[in-house]
Write a protein that binds this ligand. Sequence first.
Ligand SMILES: [Zn+2]
Length: 362
Amino acid sequence: MSDPSKETDSEQTPEPDNVQTEYESVEQSPVNPKKRSIRAWLLFGLLALLVVLLTVRDDLRQNAAESSENAVRYVAFDMLGWSPRDLFIWRLRVAGLLDSPLGQRWAEAVDRAAEQPVQAVGQYRTTASFASDEVEAHVYQVRLERGEKLIWQFSRLDTSESRLYASLERREQNTQAWSTVTDLDADDATNSQVVSKAGDYRIVLQPELFANAEYSLAMANGGSLPFPVEGAGQRDIGSPFGVDRDGGARKHHGVDIFAEKGTPVTAVIDGYVRTGTGARGGEHVWLSGSMIGFGSARYYYAHLDSFAVESGDRVKKGDILGYVGNTGNAITTPPHLHFGIYSGGPVDPAPFLKPEPVLPDS
Ligand SMILES: [Zn+2]
């Protein structure tokens, strides 16, 4: 098939590498590690002093118990960025328990469980419990591509007041360390996370020491965008991202979705459009989340037969932008939509276009 893409068309400007895309809103911003470490030790010292005071002075302890609890929470969560689990580990350390066999066993429970994680691919649902006399963690893992969406529903089934630590963690490709993406609330709601960095993702559950806990967890993964061609699906993607073009001189920076001429193509997000005509892309539309196209991903629809929008129009997700054709350098190929995503450079649209995830029935 001849080359229908046109990533070097004059309409296309290179994306700055530091563009924060809309899917990265949950990411933590980096903090100077040295500064953070000094601050952490200062606060650790203050907290240790507080603990010593409260241990020595009985009278202080009575009234201060509650307010010191709040102070610890404030410092740990808001200033240090600790998770509730980090705080529990700190408490074990302060209590002298972390170096005990029991404390060690608790601290290493996640690593033990991670040796044989439950594979939660596609759709997964479970009900499980922790007994107070065991020191275990549960790990549910799935590998995800950039643009996929993970959804989950997490609920506590017991009525005890004990803590059950729960977090979503990520290990990027070619790295060993896990980092927390977000803590999970046992809120019974459907939560979601769009994947901005490919890698292994896992949900980790662990109760505090000596606690009973019972929970239900449902997970599913899939795409994060609606399909951009009406009535079409993944089976209609004929030419994948990254294959050679012009005899290897360049790569295909999108996917080709084959459909009958005149089939509507639709907006994958709410945003603004710009239309144009080029030698490669023919009649094409750029869709971006903001007016100037900065600060969000941009979506490229090429080889259209005709437009349903004009430059500057504001559109809603699902609105028709134009109709499938074979304009530009697709003139000798069957009608198709060349669909591209640009966010710090071209990104493979295929994971974004998988069917959106649905939680399995209970
Ligand atoms: Zn193409």
